[in-house]
Design a protein around this ligand. Structure first.
Ligand code: DAH
Length: 325
């Protein structure tokens, strides 16, 4: 290794380092000269083989070259890092940016859960209409012309003679006109009533209507299905009771209560489909039997999550909604 050789190696390294414009390239040069199999490292290993008189000078030169190359590389690294156009690449040590992930509204969640429970029993989920006719909202459900719920104080009417449905029961005759039994349907959706808004009332809320019709679907089927449903929603230990009631579209009709602590709370209305409703659907007399039920979703959401004021469900306050993830 002559002085000329040392100078040539130094020149080569200096030029290569100055031309490196990427961190990866610098890293490769570091390996090339100073790595385990690098050329300068190889020279260092040769020091012991140099005849003793020349050894100190040779050693010094190799060491000088080593330190020079090291500092040239560091210098170039610093230069690249300070260059605003230089992309330092991905830095895994930086904090990440947390994406703002949304979540389902507790009402949507509860509706979906209920639909899943009933889908296991063979019920399809169907859509109804929010703007309806008097026929599907009242007449087809055997609700007499003088019934108070038809009053403008209890139902929103449009100037064109339509109305905002006040119950999801409207889907009963709509669907029965579209298909023949056997049928098992579930219809979730919004309903509207001109109630003054307070902690337990809203002019808009959600219901789910259920309808099962076949040749011999009876009251025992109704009770079995409702009991199974309530147990799946509220837990196996749930206690329920059927209480006689009146609805024009079911006969006999019941209200269903569940035991909540020390109290009985009404959660849904149900009954055997009134033959008048089958008549409005256009079914032949006495051919079919079935049951229907309807429940309010907000009631159930409020019970399950311990929500005391219905308005919280509609104000879209993120601090409230964020709790349901
Ligand atoms: N539509 C009723 C209401 O809004 C709920 C209801 C009761 C639905 C009995 C039914 C039923 O299908 O059989 O209060």
């Amino acid at each position: 290794m002559t002085d000329m050789d040392f100078q040539a190696l130094e020149k080569e390294a200096r030029e290569a380092i100055q031309q490196a414009h990427k961190a990866d390239d610098l890293e490769a040069l570091k390996v090339k000269y100073l790595g385990k199999k690098g050329s300068i490292t190889a020279l260092l290993k040769q020091v012991s083989q140099v005849p003793p008189p020349e050894r100190p000078v040779f050693g010094q030169k190799v060491n000088q070259l080593k330190h020079l190359v090291q500092s040239l590389i560091t210098e170039q690294q610093t230069k690249l890092a300070g260059d605003p156009d230089h992309d330092p690449g991905f830095d895994p040590t930086l904090d990440g940016i947390k994406p703002a992930v949304g979540s389902l509204h507790p009402i949507t969640r509860t509706i979906r859960e209920i639909c899943v429970i009933f889908s296991r029993l063979g019920f399809d989920t169907v859509d109804g209409r929010e703007i309806e006719t008097e026929f599907y909202n009242f007449t087809a459900l055997n609700i007499p012309l003088d019934h108070p719920s038809r009053d403008a104080f209890d139902t929103f009417y449009t100037p064109q003679g339509y109305l905002l449905r006040s119950q999801t029961s409207t889907v009963q005759v709509r669907e029965m006109k579209r298909r023949k039994p056997p049928l098992r349907i579930l219809a979730p959706g919004r309903v509207y009533r001109p109630d003054a808004v307070d902690a337990s009332h809203s002019f808009m809320f959600h219901q789910i209507e259920g309808l099962m019709v076949d040749q011999k679907t009876n009251f025992a089927d109704l009770k079995g299905v409702i009991h199974l449903f309530l147990k799946q929603l509220f837990g196996e230990k749930l206690k329920m009771r059927f209480r006689p009631h009146f609805f024009p579209f079911t006969e006999p009709s019941v209200e269903v209560d569940i035991k909540w602590g020390e109290r009985w709370l009404e959660v849904l209305g149900a009954g055997q489909v009134n033959p008048m409703v089958f008549k409005y659907a256009g079914y032949p007399p006495r051919r079919y039997q079935g049951f229907a039920f309807g429940l309010g979703i907000e009631r159930i959401v409020m019970l399950r999550y311990g929500i005391k004021d219905i308005r919280l469900l509609f104000e879209n306050d993120q601090r409230f909604l964020e709790q349901f993830r």
